[in-house]
Design a protein around this ligand. Structure first.
Ligand SMILES: *Cc1c(COP(=O)(O)O)cnc(C)c1O
Length: 361
């Protein structure tokens, strides 16, 4: 059948997710594999969130609250902003898709660091718009290069802070200057998926730009530090006039009832969050030491993952590690043919990864 599918859809490369544990165990016939590929919480979900899910399940015959009312108010209180500045989504991926739907038409341009989170590019291209990638400079987002490349067709700019996959940070000083110089008709998205892990006091917060006079959107997620990746819930922080536009294109019930209940409980479970962040910070230090001893290069990271450079093809290392029951991410599709990205796991998982890596390098 001859369908009229636009070229920009036909040329899309589908997103490749981290390999699921059960898939590896099925394919290789092994048990007890370790997944360090998708930057998930090594401690699992918050116990309080699990309890909230059990309670909320009683009402699954009802539609969820369309605007995630209770959750929105919890967040607003905790962040000291207004509910009208928050839009909830089915993961922050949902927000990224809404942003493109609101802003991008065929022929428009969106500027982003290269490499960065691969879903940005998919969403930009699905709207018929053109992704304009600006290479990193010394593993850091090249904000000046991004500014230079903005033109009359630019509608949207993405940065992620900390940056995925390098873990590098944009400082507040640098971001302040960038927002100041940003043309007022261009929307800046600051994806803060890993912000909870950052220790560096120079790190900016997207909330500080809510009243900057520019349209700045912060993206946050419950998928990483809060341990709820499987539930799919994230949110955007933005000026009220812009939130109103996102609500127009949002699916009416985009955040399911279990996710809303679990997220409220997760926000209240500060102990779990602190435990998670402490574990990641401690284990990150352990990883640095171990990699130094092996004389393996890596980028220092403000997030819960590490970009590691090897003197071998990453795709081969990825396969070798799989055979040893360790799932990491090859960065070849990100333009780093000799790098892997590994999430920081529990201590025994990191030890297992290092031992497996030692055997293949
Ligand atoms: C993991 C991640 C997300 C989170 O996506 P969700 O849809 O909320 O699970 C967003 N942005 C970046 C850069 C990420 O690494």
């Amino acid at each position: 059948m001859k369908l009229c599918v636009p070229d920009y859809i036909l040329s899309l490369k589908p997103y490749v997710a981290g390999k699921p544990l059960e898939e590896l165990e099925r394919e290789f016939g092994i048990k007890g594999a370790v997944k360090l590929a998708s930057n998930e919480n090594p401690l699992g979900p918050s116990p309080m969130a699990l309890e909230a899910i059990r309670r909320s399940a009683e009402n699954l015959h009802r539609y969820p609250n369309s605007g995630s009312y209770d959750l929105c108010h919890h967040l607003a209180r905790q962040l000291n902003i207004k509910c009208e500045n928050i839009v909830l989504g089915n993961g922050s991926d949902d927000l990224i898709a809404m942003l493109a739907r609101v802003l991008l038409q065929p022929g428009d341009e969106a500027v982003l660091p290269e490499p960065s989170f691969l879903f940005y590019e998919i969403v930009i291209q699905s709207s018929g718009a053109v992704p304009v990638g600006i290479p990193l400079k010394s593993e850091t987002t090249d904000l000046d290069g991004m500014l230079e490349r903005m033109g009359p067709k630019t509608r949207l700019v993405f940065v992620n802070n900390p940056h995925n996959p390098t873990g590098s940070l944009i400082t507040k000083q640098a971001l302040d200057a960038f927002v100041e110089a940003l043309p007022a008709n261009i929307v800046l998205v600051i994806d803060e998926a890993y912000i909870e892990f950052v220790k560096d006091s120079r790190c900016p917060n997207s909330i500080d730009y809510l009243n900057s006079g520019k349209t700045v959107v912060g993206l946050r997620t419950f998928s990483k530090a809060y341990g709820l990746a499987g539930l799919r819930i994230g949110y955007g922080l933005m000026p009220a006039y812009f939130a109103e536009l996102l609500h127009r294109v949002r699916q009416p019930f985009n955040v399911n009832a279990l996710a809303q209940a679990a997220a409220i409980a997760a926000l209240e479970d500060q102990d779990f969050l602190e435990k998670t962040v402490r574990l990641v910070n401690d284990e990150m230090a352990f990883m640095y030491n171990a990699l130094d001893e092996l004389d393996i290069h890596y980028c220092r990271s403000s997030a819960n993952f590490l970009l590691i450079q090897l003197n071998k093809k990453a795709d081969h290392v990825f396969e070798d590690l799989l055979r040893q029951g360790v799932i990491v991410r090859s960065m070849s599709s990100y333009g780093y043919p000799d790098c892997i990205r590994v999430s920081v796991g529990q201590h025994h998982e990191n030890v297992r990864f290092l031992a497996a890596l030692g055997k293949v390098t």
